[in-house]
Design a protein around this ligand. Structure first.
Ligand code: NDP
Ligand code: 8X3
Length: 256
């Protein structure tokens, strides 16, 4: 499917997988709405894409956890930008790696509010237009962590399992419409993810990927683009991609 001229909304476009999705979709001719809290980063990305590909970009500082703010933001989008063809629900994070019985409730709230409620808010606002226009594709970035649990993964794993289930449920709700829904489950991807998980501890974050070759944000973005560019009658419902050095969420091969 040709994506040229389509409008794509990427949440969490200021870093990692979301940022790379923008870089992969821009040369395919997608007009991009880039959303995250770190506005300066989004602005720099938009400038890069405009200079390289002439990509029209709409850049918004937005916290997807804030239902009121998300509604107001969506309402003020010009109609040409509100007609979103591709929604990539990517904004998300993990916080902490403690056993559940020692976990921080604030961390739980942040993960549930971002990974789950933020995704629901965006989808609730964008989908009616897709259904009315008879075109659209929702891509949810879940995780291998939503397939199997790992020690300390508890609430993060639960949010990602919920994202997978929501994708399946959404597919039922959309059956009979041409709107497609895809769930992507990446394994280890080296982004700012672990740094955020460990509250800025870079050394600890680096050790997560030590001795193995992780996926890059670009690897995931290219997979997203593959799903988006299938013919309109094809829906890649769920796709898991892992580094070759990873067998499942618990087992990895390290060389050192
Ligand atoms: P990064 O930390 O590099 O990027 C996360 C992005 O989410 C940032 O752009 C951040 O922007 C945005 N974000 C976080 N909270 C909010 C919020 N409240 N409102 C708006 N935007 C927000 O990590 P990744 O790129 O790795 O993560 C992207 C997605 O991929 C997440 O859903 C993650 O769970 C998932 N994932 C990651 C894997 C990995 O190993 N890295 C593996 C499997 C899935 P800002 O801070 O500017 O708001
Ligand atoms: C991110 C993958 O295994 O670090 O969703 O939780 S993992």
């Amino acid at each position: 499917m040709d994506l040229a001229g389509q409008t794509g909304l990427i949440t969490g476009a200021s870093s990692g997988i979301g940022l790379e999705c923008a870089r992969v979709l821009a040369p395919l001719g997608v007009r991009l709405i880039l959303v995250a809290r770190r506005w300066e980063r989004l602005k720099t990305l938009a400038q890069e894409l405009q200079a390289q590909y002439g990509t029209p970009c709409w850049v918004s500082q937005l916290d997807v956890r804030d239902w009121q703010a998300v509604q107001e933001w969506f309402a003020q989008l010009p109609p040409a930008w509100q007609a979103i063809d591709v929604l990539i629900n990517n904004a998300g994070l993990s916080r902490g790696l403690e056993p559940l019985y020692a976990g921080a409730v604030d961390d739980w709230e942040e993960m549930i509010d971002t990974n789950l409620k933020g995704l629901l808010y965006m989808t609730r606002l964008v989908l009616p237009g897709m259904v009315a226009r008879g075109r659209g594709h929702v891509v949810n970035i879940a995780s291998i962590a939503g397939i199997d649990a790992y020690p300390g993964g508890n609430v993060y794993c639960a949010t990602k399992a919920a994202v997978r289930m929501l994708g399946d449920a959404l597919k039922h709700d959309l059956l009979g419409t041409p709107v497609r829904v895809t769930t992507i489950n990446p394994g280890l991807v080296e982004t700012e993810f672990s740094e955020v998980r460990f509250h800025g501890d870079r050394e600890r974050a680096k050790r997560v990927y030590q001795g193995l070759t992780p996926l890059t944000g670009r690897d995931v973005a290219e997979t997203v683009a593959f799903c988006l560019t299938r013919p309109p009658h094809v829906n890649i419902q769920e796709l898991t991609l892992l580094p070759v050095d990873q067998a499942n969420v618990l087992r990895v091969h390290r060389r050192e």
